[in-house]
Design a protein around this ligand. Sequence first.
Ligand code: IPD
Ligand code: CA
Ligand code: CA
Length: 261
Amino acid sequence: MKNDVLIFISSLAEETGTVLKTYFERPHRLAEYKPDKTLLTDADLAANHLIVDSIRKAFPNDHILSEEGNTIFPSDGRPTWIIDPLDGTTNFSQGLHYWGVSIARFVGGWPQAAGLSFPVLGENYMAFRGEGAWLNGKSLKVPPGDSHMVSFFLCDSRLHRRYTTTIRYKPRILGSAAYNFCGIAKGVGVVGLESIPKIWDIAGSWLVLSEAGGAILPVNGEIFPLTRGRDYNGFSIPMLGAADQTLLDKAKAKIEFVMQA
Ligand code: IPD
Ligand code: CA
Ligand code: CA
């Protein structure tokens, strides 16, 4: 079962990444605003369609929760796929390369498997709970936090509205919550803070960073197992990640909540 799920999830992420790339390479990328004022492109919908269809065929008894579909975590306890068909839509629509697809399978309310693809960057991540994480097929281990000459603090553009921080690392806003935590797993950042991600933004990269030996924690208390019957659309999950637990503890002490925006 483990290998079946891993092969399926990683191939589906890569296949979806390839489809997204064909949309990205078109001269005009069409975008519109959703009611919550975030962007939606035809590529988000095409990717969602492909992923949902493939999961339904391969795992007909599982549920699906998607940013572009059902957002309620089911109440019957069956395995549930949590997908963000395109994370980093704003970057995508403006031609910036940091975007990808994130697919995770949850069992018992916990992430069991994850597949993420950032096709323009050429980075494909996968992870399985208790078994490890991989980048482009090779085992992925977070490099030690003190091995960097320069250290980046990966964060999001709305951070300053809610938090003040005295984290001393150089801030970088890459525009993809999923990439931020995969980036720490890969060693491009040592600390990351996303101030208002939804479950689909972080479901896959949470597992990648955890399994790669990093530390990742919701700022406001544990969220797993997910709550049956909860609509995760109205529910932000501020998330802090770091190369290791010591760095995470130090970073947490340097973050102050300022307001509910
Ligand atoms: C967004 C991106 C962004 C993060 C936002 C997310 P989307 O996802 O991950 O970096 O700061 O919180 O909503 O809308 O591009 O899928
Ligand atoms: Ca997203
Ligand atoms: Ca999205």
